[in-house]
Structure formats: structure tokens, C-alpha cells
Design a protein around this ligand. Structure first.
Ligand code: THU
Length: 133
């Protein structure tokens, strides 16, 4: 893993520590990298009535978009009940990411061996709906 990815992983770990997940116990942290090199952190935020719960990925994305960011390079996601769990982004987050990110946007995950794995958005979200533009 190169230095930038290590930094991104650290930021995702840092974000995960702030997760508010009293109902599932499933803490997720995300670190979203812009094309200019800025990093936005996000953690999952749960709610007692469940539906308002927001995933870490969308928290990071919406923070960034609300700050005017539109160009993204990748996102590091860490999550689960244990340190070695792997957390793929849910379908809603894949759709939200596909609104702003190109097919070559990268999704960085840490596997159970502690190695990281890279997926492209098109692998996880092929044929995404973008037709209304
Ligand atoms: N969660 C995320 O934050 N990101 C994902 O990609 C999957 C799920 C959160 C939502 C909820 O707070 C908890 O994990 C269990 O689903």
C-alpha cells in the first residue's frame, strides 16, 4: 500500500472511532479522497427509528458535496463488528457515489488478512442509472 492509501486508511480508522452505532454495533468509517487530494471523513450515524440511519460513505460524500466538491478519486471503507471485518458499500451508497463519481472511481477495502483490495465503481455498480441528465 502506498503512502496516500495508508493515510486514507488511517483517516477511515479515525472516522470509524466516531461512528454512532448503538443499535447494530456495526461501526463504519469512510475516508473520501478528492482529485485535488483533500480527504473527507464519514462515519455511520444510526437512529432509534432506524430509517434515518445514514451510512459512513454517504456522510463523507454529502459533507464533501456540501462543501462544493464534485471530483472524487476514491473512498476507503472500514467497518464491521471486528477489526478484520470487510465492509462493502451498500446499494444506496453505490448509487449515491455513482451520481458524482466516474466508472474509474476506486473503492479501497481491507481484507481479513489486513491487505487492502481495490475495486472500481463500475465493478460494484455496473449499469447505474444516470439517464436524467
Ligand atoms: N453501514 C455503513 O455505514 N456502510 C455500509 O456500506 C454498510 C452499512 C452501516 C449502516 C448501519 O449503521 C450499520 O452499518 C449496519 O447496517
Amino acid at each position: 500500500m502506498n503512502e496516500l492509501l495508508k493515510k486514507l486508511e488511517k483517516e477511515a480508522e479515525n472516522a470509524r472511532e466516531k461512528a454512532y452505532a448503538p443499535y447494530s454495533g456495526f461501526k463504519v468509517g469512510a475516508a473520501l479522497l478528492t482529485k485535488e487530494g483533500k480527504i473527507y471523513q464519514g462515519c455511520n450515524i444510526e437512529n432509534v427509528s432506524f430509517t434515518p440511519t445514514c451510512c459512513a460513505e454517504r456522510v463523507a460524500l454529502f459533507k464533501a458535496v456540501s462543501e462544493g466538491e464534485r471530483n472524487f478519486r476514491g473512498i476507503f471503507i472500514l467497518g464491521g463488528k471486528t477489526e478484520t471485518d470487510i465492509c462493502f458499500p451498500c446499494g444506496v451508497c453505490r448509487q449515491a457515489l455513482s451520481e458524482f463519481c466516474n466508472d474509474d472511481f476506486e473503492i479501497y477495502l481491507r481484507d481479513k488478512m489486513g491487505n487492502f483490495k481495490i475495486y472500481k465503481l463500475y465493478e460494484l455498480m455496473p449499469y447505474s442509472f444516470k439517464e436524467m441528465r
